[in-house]
Design a protein around this ligand. Sequence first.
Ligand SMILES: C[S@@+](CC[C@H](N)C(=O)[O-])C[C@H]1O[C@@H](n2cnc3c(N)ncnc32)[C@H](O)[C@@H]1O
Length: 242
Amino acid sequence: MVLSTPKFFGRRKGRTIRKAKSFLLENFLNKVRLSPDTTFDVQKMFGKPVQKVFLEIGFGDGEHLAELSCKMKDVGFVGVEVFQNGVANLLSLITGVKDGQNLSEDIAVLSERADNVRIFDDDVRLLFKAIPDGFFDKIYLLFPDPWPKKRHENRRFVNPDNLKELSRILKKGGILQIATDHPIYKRHVLRTMRANKDFVWTAKTSADWRNPPQDWFETKYQRKALREGRRPVFFEYEKKFE
Ligand SMILES: C[S@@+](CC[C@H](N)C(=O)[O-])C[C@H]1O[C@@H](n2cnc3c(N)ncnc32)[C@H](O)[C@@H]1O
């Protein structure tokens, strides 16, 4: 299937951003921000050299990324999100800066707390060309927008064009982790991934895709799905070696 030229999302702003988060967007985001001109170099692009690099596409409010980056200090995390409110929330989680506290925090101190996180606050497809082949050890795509209607099918992130890029930027043996709660998207992922020759589904039993993986931290959309009675699934694909 050949898809038409993608329509890029552009940065988006939703509900009003409160004081501490506005402070972080204005004064701190630039310290951790990536751009399509960034040189992707594990030795230089984070506050310190890292052993592995993980990418999370569409991190939403950033809870999963914040938790993992705090637990795995030798892993560099690249988070991508178009919504400024989500970016602001992630900045608050990784720096610990919240409303009601003194906002004169030293930016150098904040940078140290966030030294293994870098953020691209725009459509991830604009970043692809900057990323070298085999750069990431793991890619998370957690609860991507399902676009369940047939006429919106070509907006789904899991599609042959994006998978080609994800395969290119993932190491051989690297993991692509996809979670979804939507029945149509579950089938869409299984079908699209089965047709893709670069990845192999790692599940051996149904428990492997019914339960979250070990390093998991619940996301906002996952909680919403559970509240509304939808059961999420966790598909893990390995990039083939040959
Ligand atoms: C349904 S939400 C899930 C958010 C989060 N992963 C969670 O589980 O709570 C999907 C998110 O992906 C973001 N998104 C969709 N397409 C994107 C793209 N091309 N680049 C960056 N972010 C994207 C949206 O802005 C949205 O926040």
